[in-house]
Structure formats: structure tokens, C-alpha cells
Design a protein around this ligand. Structure first.
Ligand SMILES: [Zn+2]
Length: 296
């Protein structure tokens, strides 16, 4: 009797140890460690959950490494996943790119198989609605896998950081315009010097500058542009970003290009290192995905 009682307690403890705390265990983990090692997409309907810099992706689609109008770079990173709306956008843009005389796109990072924070790089790109596209057309013939790891994107911003350099061509604005004109696009991040160049050209030509509202200045982004899509209709759990302020943003960009703004800033010492996002910090749907995710 007594021995059987002990066996019962033992089995009970075992069941508890294996069952209920699984979510609690994964919740404590650093989110990028979990999502950065996903073996494949989270199964289910395509849905973006959370915000661009704190969320995840279910039912991701994968961009082919090479398509009729694009070549994806850094294949070893395995970041060619996105919401199907993002993959469709890249395909549409690649068709327009050929039409405007750009040629094939070089596509950089999209998202990880299940989205989420990445082990290296980007704070955003977490919900399958962000894409980096190089500011240089793909060379011909197609790049080898090896070249896609080695080739670096070349900056189109001049050393003075206020203007563009000789790598800028008349086709650059046409490609950026084609991207901005797509209704699914919410904003496009480019270096402030690029935004200024676009503003000056369009104003000098007396063109309608309304499309420049979506072109947002941000540091870096001198060798690639970053496209961010609106939350898709199928993803009520996706957190939209506030729309850009009204207007073309052409006066505002000058604030990024003053001596003061461009002066190197002394590195401020952070009192505490920034806390890493844990799975528990992510939306509920992402926590559940993390718990089911197969790891590489
Ligand atoms: Zn980006």
C-alpha cells in the first residue's frame, strides 16, 4: 500500500514536469535564440502577429532564390520568408524594375521562417512585412551562391553624407517610385541624402512630390532601401505603425543633414545593457508558436 502510494506520487510529478510548464519554459528563453533557429515556417494560415520590431509570422511563404526578375542574396542566412503579400510585392516590383530599365533586383533580408527577432542584424523584419532591396541592379549572368555571400552592396551616398555619388543613376528614382506607388507599401527607408536628392530632382522638374511622403529618411540605408508593407487584411493581430506625417517630408529631411545632425556623437554610456527580448515579451500568438516551433 505504502509503496504503491509513492509510485503514484512519482508518476504525478513526472506528468507535471513534462506537461504544463512547457510554455513557461519557452517563455523564459531569449526570443532570438528560439526564432533564429526555427527549422521552417510555423504551420497555419498566413498571419503577421505583433509589430514590425516585436512579433512573428505564421504560414510564411518563401521567395525563390532566383526568379525571372530577382536574385536573393546571402542565401546562407535563410531569411527569404515573408507574408505572402510581401513575396507578391517583390514579384510585382521585379516586373516594374525591368520595365523602368533597372534590370533584376538584388534582394536582401526579408524575415526568418517564423519571423521573430533575429540572432544578428535588424531590430525589425519580424513579421514578414519588411524587405531590404539593394540599391544596385543584379549583375549578369546570375550570381553563384558563393558570390551571393561575398558581394557587398555599394553605397550611393557621397563621402560628404549630404549628396549622392557617381553610382546614383537616373533609374534609381524610377525604381523607388515604382515601389512607393504600390498600394501595399506603407513606407520606404532610405538614407537622408537619398531623400534630399529625390526631393530636389522632383521639385526641379516641377513634379508632384506626393509619392515622397512614403520615402522616409533613416540612418544607414545608403546601399539598400527598406520597404515596409501595411498590415495585411488577413492579420488583425498585426500592429500598424502610425502613418508618416502629412506632406512630402522634403523640408523635414534637411534637419537630418545639418552640421549638428551629421557631427559624430560621443557614445553615451548606457547604464544597463539593453534587456534581450524574451518569448514572454512577444504577443500571445507568438508565444504559442514558439512553444510548437521545430528547431534546427
Ligand atoms: Zn531592413
Amino acid at each position: 500500500m505504502k509503496a504503491a502510494g509513492w509510485i503514484g506520487v512519482g508518476i504525478g510529478a513526472l506528468v507535471i514536469a513534462l506537461g504544463a510548464p512547457a510554455q513557461a519554459q519557452v517563455d523564459k528563453r531569449v526570443a532570438k535564440e528560439v526564432f533564429g533557429r526555427a527549422a521552417g515556417p510555423a504551420a497555419g494560415q498566413s498571419r503577421a502577429f505583433g509589430g514590425y520590431a516585436k512579433g512573428c509570422l505564421m504560414g510564411a511563404a518563401q521567395l525563390a532564390a532566383t526568379g525571372p526578375g530577382w536574385q536573393a542574396m546571402r542565401l546562407s542566412r535563410d531569411r527569404r520568408y515573408g507574408h505572402p503579400a510581401l513575396i507578391a510585392f517583390i514579384k510585382r516590383l521585379s516586373v516594374k524594375a525591368v520595365k523602368v530599365g533597372w534590370g533584376q533586383l538584388l534582394v536582401g533580408d526579408l524575415a526568418q521562417a517564423a519571423g521573430g527577432p533575429m540572432l544578428t542584424g535588424h531590430a525589425s523584419h519580424q513579421i514578414g512585412l519588411d524587405a531590404d532591396i539593394w540599391l544596385m541592379p543584379a549583375p549578369k549572368p546570375n550570381l553563384t551562391r558563393r558570390d551571393r555571400e561575398r558581394l557587398s552592396a555599394r553605397s550611393v551616398v557621397a563621402a560628404d553624407r549630404r549628396s549622392v555619388n557617381k553610382r546614383w543613376t537616373p533609374v534609381h528614382p524610377l525604381l523607388l517610385r515604382a515601389a512607393a506607388d504600390d498600394a501595399v507599401v506603407a513606407r520606404i527607408f532610405v538614407n537622408p541624402a537619398i531623400k534630399r536628392k529625390l526631393c530636389r530632382e522632383e521639385r526641379a522638374a516641377g513634379a508632384n512630390t506626393a509619392w515622397l511622403r512614403k520615402i522616409r529618411p533613416w540612418w544607414g540605408h545608403s546601399a539598400h532601401f527598406h520597404v515596409r508593407l501595411h498590415c495585411p487584411a488577413d492579420s488583425p493581430g498585426c500592429t500598424p505603425q502610425a502613418p508618416p506625417p502629412p506632406g512630402d517630408g522634403c523640408d523635414e529631411v534637411e534637419k537630418w543633414l545639418t552640421d549638428e545632425a551629421l557631427a559624430p556623437k560621443p557614445r553615451k554610456k548606457r547604464r544597463k545593457p539593453r534587456r534581450q527580448l524574451t518569448v514572454a515579451d512577444l504577443p500571445q500568438a507568438c508565444r504559442a508558436i514558439a512553444e510548437r516551433l521545430k528547431r534546427r
